[in-house]
Design a protein around this ligand. Sequence first.
Ligand SMILES: [Zn+2]
Length: 633
Amino acid sequence: MGDSDPFGELVAGCRKLGMNVIARTDPHATYQDVYDAHPDWIAVEAAGNKRRHWASPELWVTCALGPYNFEFMTAVTREIVERYQVDGIFSNRWDGSGMCYCEHCQTNFKQATGFDLPRTSNPQDPARRAFIVWEQQRLFELWRLWDATIRKANPNAGFMANAGGGALSTLDMKTIGELAPTLFADRQARSGVAPPWTNGKNGKEYRATLGRKAIVGIFSVGVEEPYRWKDSVQSSEEIRLWVVDGIANGLRPWFTKFSGTLYDGRWLKPVEELYGWHYRNERYLRNEQPLARVAMVYSQQTATFYGGVQAEAKVEDHTLGFYQALIEARIPFEMVHDRLFDAGHTDQFRTLILPNIAALSDAQCAQLRQFVERGGSLVATYETSLYDEWGVRRRDFGLADLFGLSANGPAEGPLRNSYLNIEKNERTGEYHPLLAGLEDAGRIINGVHRIPAQPREKGIYVPLTLIPSYPDLPMEKVFPRVPKTDIPGVTARQIGKGRVVFFPWDIDRTYWEVLSPDHGKLLRNAVMWATNEEPVVRVQGTGLLEVTVWTQKQSLTVHLVNLSNPMMMKGPVREIVPIGSQKVRLRLPSGKRLAGVKLLVGGTQPVFSETAGVVEVQVPSIALHEVVAFDLA
Ligand SMILES: [Zn+2]
């Protein structure tokens, strides 16, 4: 910039402080002079016109899959690393800004697949399916090219993509887990009705494929609603809650502040305090592994090929509902990627949850069957395994043998005014443990979508039976036309040492929409019954609390994040509302001996007792967050 080199000065200053430096690039837009010199580098809309930037109209949106990224940005990347010897390049918005119909995309796609660029978003359209696969290959090719370019200029540096996430993210997380030395979750804050546990969910999703690699949660101090007031400041309590939930789930905090101008300094104190606490307790935050025994599966192929443009409602809402139920039940859990069902990635868990994981290949179904044969348990919902990996419907569930049910019709719904009868086992006179807390209910509300399914064997006990929809108006007409059926609303089966629970309806998605406490109980009971062992950690007390449990070199930690807040389901948080005393029971892993217990936020040494490898601690109260640290001898 003129005769000066601001970036060079920053790098030199950081090096003097012993800091590592990662440079950030952003190739998604460019200026008029670039347009004039290389009009073919600019992204093209479906109608054929070149694409202006949506927020800064003096800019043009670039094509991610052509020479702008593959040639020009490769040269830029090489120049930065050669000149400044940075430790890595973090690239933002490098993977495109939606569909591009430029001449390069047209030619390259045609050459690779024989198809013209798709004009529909239906994943069952052959050209769209081919495009999904091709675009992914092209972006990973770019990733490898930039990584090799960086490493050639500095062997200790590497490429860090702004990429990754859960089922709705587009680049395959298994491949990202193999390629990325580290990954940063760029989820700056919540918006709309996102609950504060969303930040921790990013951590679980990243760790599913990155394992113990260092992962980071980028949080912003600005407001993250669609109107993007990026020069604003969130409430201090909102920032704190978002960050500690990430820390509780293994994310290292990284704050981002747009521009260097300080319009409103209220974010400085909470950020300083968060980092100060993190620094003082760092040795208890160097997690080696989570001790959770339950894991929820996420499936990008289900979102892409079965969910398509409706993936949020058809796929992610099931996950969110089950996630919320597990948080309420205080069950620590991890997430597992559906392309990592091998023993190495699943045997640390007792139970895998499949929240409408509809699209599964034969090979994936076989891996789940093997997991159950090894003593693992499954809890599955709705259309799980009813489609193959490309989203094409099968005749029956791929896991029908485990579910004990066969699908016999197309999905029904949205269902109104339908119920489920609570059934006693006639042979034993008892209710199934799945129904704990619902014995006096008689019947409960059904979900909104179901798959007609019939038992594969006769005479089995079905704990929930369907009462089909009947008129909900006028009130004189509101009575069940069919008072009782034997159509199962759930199956719960012991298979060798494993257990399988299957709900052939959208209990988890309905929970996200309706939040019926009865559905919450059913989901909790299903996971408890399937897991069939004394929990690693049990936390008793009132309030909504997220619980995670970790091992470090010389300690175990239990994080308790207090989500009890009137703004839990719609931020921003105004104040933290402390909750009262909690009793934490931790089962020590065999062979470990306890040296002491302390509270890392309260700063005190709590009262505790130990009997036969089980430690009981009384935590007097929790404001935002508490970490119970168990030092090992
Ligand atoms: Zn293009």
